[in-house]
Structures are given as structure tokens and as C-alpha cells.
Design a protein around this ligand. Structure first.
Ligand SMILES: [Zn+2]
Length: 164
């Protein structure tokens, strides 16, 4: 007797079973990962007679597959609303404390601060390369003041290297 790696049932003639029940050649069948534990017997009625290894794998790993699809829902959310995780956290703290501040207001604040910083930087600018540690300020300098981003340095902290 040999336990079928696809449906978990025991068969005397596994070749014939795999062939007729799963429409698979024995060579293909042998390629199925041995590590796939058949922990429960699923009857043929449950998923039809011609289940493929992929389908079998989906049945076994249903949860994992669903999870990997939504790899990082938070990053998608942040992208959608154009906020950083820190901003979102701050917002949630304020919200839970009873003081909801609209995200647009939060962004406005960042932009105002960046505008102020950018104009201070411009006052003393001597044409050399600048290392800006803040995305908002860097963006302001590039978009409004004609700076070019030469490089984004990631260590020790993220900095935007700008020049005009
Ligand atoms: Zn089988």
C-alpha cells in the first residue's frame, strides 16, 4: 500500500490510481514535494476526480495563499493616502484621544514646515551639495526651487542629496 500524496488515500497500485483519479503521469506525480503532509483525507467528492497538484496545494495552503496576496496592506494604505506610517500613527493617537485631525491638514502642516525650511536653506545656499534629512523639504527644493536629487543615501539615516 502506498499513500497518495494528492488525496491521502492508500492504494495498492498508486500508478494506476494517480493516472485515473488525478489524470497525472507517475513521473509528474513523483515530482510532487514529499514534504506536503497529507494530514486529512479529502474524499474525491470534495473536489472532483481530476484535481491537479496546484489545486491540491491550494486546498491545503488556502490560508497562506490568501495571506501572501495581501502582502503588506499597510503600505498599500499609506500609498493610497500619501502619508507616512509615523503620520498615520500620530493621527490615530489624536483620533483615539478624541481629537481627529484630517490627513489633509497634517499634510498641509508638513508642507508649510518644508516651505519654511527650504527658504531658510536657500538664503544660505552656496551651490554645493546638500544632504536633506527630510522628504518634505527635499521635495519642496526639487519641485519648487529647481534642485536635482543626485542620490538618496540610506545610511545611517535616509538623506536626499540635492544640488542646484
Ligand atoms: Zn489520490
Amino acid at each position: 500500500m502506498e499513500k497518495c500524496k494528492i488525496c491521502g488515500r492508500e492504494y495498492k497500485n498508486i500508478n494506476q490510481h494517480v493516472n485515473t483519479a488525478h489524470k497525472m503521469s507517475i513521473d509528474d506525480y513523483r515530482l510532487i514535494e514529499e514534504t506536503v503532509e497529507v494530514d486529512e483525507v479529502i474524499s474525491d467528492e470534495d473536489f472532483g476526480k481530476s484535481v491537479t497538484p496546484e489545486e491540491r496545494s491550494k486546498i491545503i495552503f488556502k490560508d497562506e495563499i490568501t495571506e501572501s496576496k495581501a502582502e503588506n496592506p499597510l503600505s498599500e494604505l499609506l500609498k493610497e493616502f500619501d502619508v507616512t506610517e509615523v503620520q498615520l500613527r500620530r493621527l490615530l493617537v489624536q483620533y483615539k484621544g478624541g481629537q481627529a485631525i484630517p490627513i489633509s491638514q497634517n499634510i498641509d502642516e508638513n508642507q508649510r514646515r518644508a516651505q519654511k525650511e527650504a527658504s531658510e536653506i536657500l538664503e544660505n545656499y552656496d551651490g554645493s551639495e546638500l544632504e536633506i534629512p527630510d522628504l518634505w523639504t527635499a521635495e519642496e527644493l526639487v519641485k519648487i526651487h529647481g534642485f536635482k536629487c543626485l542620490e538618496i543615501r540610506k545610511t545611517p539615516t535616509k538623506r536626499w542629496v540635492l544640488k542646484r
